[in-house]
Design a protein around this ligand. Structure first.
Ligand code: SAM
Length: 447
């Protein structure tokens, strides 16, 4: 077998695509290796969301130039969002790259690699193609938890974001194909799936007949043997009462919800073209918490969007305190070529972005610590997914609210079990707990 090394940057969708590529290439006699020095084929799966992500890719490609000089037969490929958006720049700055292909060409990866080997010249493939559901996975993929892409693309046109230009229009996979994929994963030992889409809660609008994420959650819930369902990323604009009801009513759907706010200022939200106001967002949060009182809420926030004033920024801090998030992903605004915000006047200087980011993280730290403290003494359900990083004698897993928990399995619990534990200690990044039930006694009954 030839050896394949995949380097993945960016979001869960990229992780999913990397797995599919490895699965497809396995059928063409490529097995995964963790060591790039051993590889015959190196694929770099890229992210274009922020400048920093692109810088990391170019620095990696710079490193690979030396390897390629030593071993010219190694094929180096660049895939994913940056390949789609910056194909010319990639070819110019990294002429040693043999293959550049976008997400639409993932299903044809084996043919493209073959073409590079046969023609002995660079291949570029970034055109559009029909949506294909690929289910191949390498044997090394995590058995217990899996991502399942349910739709591709984004049509939101937020003024800061490159995604509509890298992943194209919204296209949903048919529910039957998704359920089949989940069944196959469960048959191979999977217990938890995360359904993925750039705006996952816009799922199904483009299908004939149209459907929605709520209906899909009910169908995936019916897959026997599956314990948990998560989904991400939702956009407040598409958050319907039907989806909120599904969060409450579909037993396997976890009490975990990621709802990007981006900014707490109405003026900035309008400049971002987000399509909601802070008052509307707060109404959604109230409806969510009303339906699922112990819901863990997380969000994405951008600081330093063009024109953001101190008052706008303070409105964001105020929202963090009001909503009481369990987790926050804070980003400094990054000027992305070709997006409307990149051309806006009043770009915020880097020092102000850095200062606001630090202040935001301070408020986030206090809010999330207070949320965590509430867990002390509570009984929580854990899907055991491995051993503790600090102590190999202990088990580790995640709660339905996605917290890491470490505990002594007392020989009564094993990887793959769903067990009940009582939280004894709340640490900054994890919980400590004691086992309270035998495995499987409380599968999916945490509400
Ligand atoms: N589709 C989702 C949405 O818009 O709600 C989020 C997808 S994006 C991969 C993840 C996060 O990256 C966004 O929610 C946003 O906070 C951040 N992001 C996107 N473009 C950005 C930019 N130009 N600068 C800084 N952060 C950005």
């Amino acid at each position: 077998m030839a050896k394949l090394h995949v380097i993945t940057y960016g979001c869960q969708m990229n992780e999913y695509d990397s797995e599919r590529v490895a699965g497809l290439l396995r059928a063409h006699r490529y097995e995964l290796t963790d060591h790039e020095a051993d590889a015959d084929l190196i694929l770099v799966n890229t992210c274009a969301i922020r400048e920093k992500a692109e810088d990391k890719v170019f620095s990696k490609l710079g490193e690979l130039r030396a390897l390629k000089a030593r071993r010219p037969d190694v094929v180096v490929g660049v895939m994913g969002c940056m390949a789609q958006l910056q194909q010319g720049v990639v070819q110019k700055r990294a002429p040693h790259v043999d293959l550049v292909f976008g997400s639409a060409a993932v299903s044809r990866v084996a043919e493209l690699v073959e073409r590079v080997r046969h023609d002995r010249r660079p291949v570029l493939e970034t055109g559009e193609a029909p949506l294909v559901k690929i289910t191949a996975r390498p044997p090394s993929a995590n058995r217990l938890k899996a991502y399942v892409t349910v739709m591709e693309g984004c049509e939101k046109h937020c003024t800061f974001c490159v995604v509509p230009r890298t992943r194209g229009r919204e296209r949903s996979h048919p529910p039957e194909a998704i359920v089949d994929e989940v069944r196959g994963l469960v048959a191979a030992g999977c217990r938890e799936v995360t359904l993925l889409g750039q705006t996952v809660n816009a799922y199904g609008r483009d299908l004939t007949p149209p459907t929605d994420l709520a209906a899909l959650l009910h169908r995936v819930n019916d897959v026997a043997g599956l314990a948990r369902i998560r989904f991400t990323t939702s956009n407040p604009y598409n958050l319907t009462p039907r989806l909120i009801a599904a969060l409450r009513d579909v037993p396997k759907v976890c009490e975990w919800f990621h709802l990007p706010l981006q900014s707490g200022s109405d003026r900035v939200l309008q400049g971002m073209n987000r399509g909601y106001t802070r008052a509307q967002y707060l109404e959604l949060v109230a409806a969510l918490r009303d339906a699922v009182p112990d819901l863990a809420l997380s969000t994405d926030l951008i600081v330093g969007f063009p024109g953001e004033t101190e008052a706008d920024f303070e409105a964001t801090l105020d929202m963090v305190a009001r909503v009481q998030y369990d987790n926050v992903f804070a980003f400094r605004y990054s000027r992305r070529p070709g997006t409307p915000a990149a051309e806006m006047a009043d770009q915020v200087p880097d020092e102000i972005k850095a200062e606001r980011n630090a202040r935001l993280l301070g408020v986030v730290g206090r809010v999330t610590a207070a949320r965590s403290a509430r867990l002390a003494g509570q009984m929580v359900e854990v899907l055991v997914d491995g051993t503790s990083r600090r102590n190999a004698g202990e088990l580790s897993g995640r709660t339905r609210c996605n917290r890491v928990v470490n505990f002594d399995g007392q020989g009564r619990a094993a990887v793959g079990d769903v067990v009940s534990v009582r939280v004894t200690e709340v640490l900054p990044h994890s919980l400590r707990a004691t086992l309270t039930t035998a495995p499987e006694e409380i599968v999916c009954s945490s509400r």
